[in-house]
Write a protein that binds this ligand. Sequence first.
Ligand SMILES: [Zn+2]
Length: 168
Amino acid sequence: MAKSNLMPLSEMHFPPSCVVCLSPAIKQFPVEQIFSYGRKNYTVKVDVPMCQPHSEAASYKGPVERLFGCLGVAGGVLIGILSVVFLLLRWQGEGGFLAKFFVGGIFGFGMFILAWWVIAILIAPRFAVRESKEARGAVKIIRFQPWDQMTQLEFGNESYAEFFNRTQ
Ligand SMILES: [Zn+2]
C-alpha cells in the first residue's frame, strides 16, 4: 500500500484512470470513512475513478453478502422487539404507560440500529466476493484532520499512487 501526500480534501484531483487497473476510468465509486475526534464524528467521502468492470465489481453484492444484509434487518427487528419486552418485564420503578412507551420505543429502536449495524455493516462485507473486496479496498482514507481538512489516502496500486501524487 502506498500513501498519498497529506493535502486538503477539496484540492484532491484524481487522474482519470481506474484506481485498480489504471485503464481509462468512466465511473466514480464513493469511498467513505468515519473519523472521530472527541465527541464529534466526521464522515469523509471521496469519489474515486474506476473503469466499468471495476466499478461493477465494487458495487456488486454476492448472494451471501445480500443474505447478511437481509438478516441484518430481520435480526434488528427481532432484537429490538425482544429488548422492549425484556425492558417492560423488568421495569421496577414507577412510570405510567406513556413513560414506558417512550423509553421502550427509544430503547428498542436503539437495539434495532445496533443489531442491524453489526450484521449488515460489519459482518456482511466480510462475505463479499474477492473481486469486490479488491475494488472497494483500492483506496482507503487513512487520515483526516477536521481543523484544516487535510486528508491522506492509501492506494493499493503503487503506480496509481505515484501518478496521483505527481498530478496534484
Ligand atoms: Zn479497472
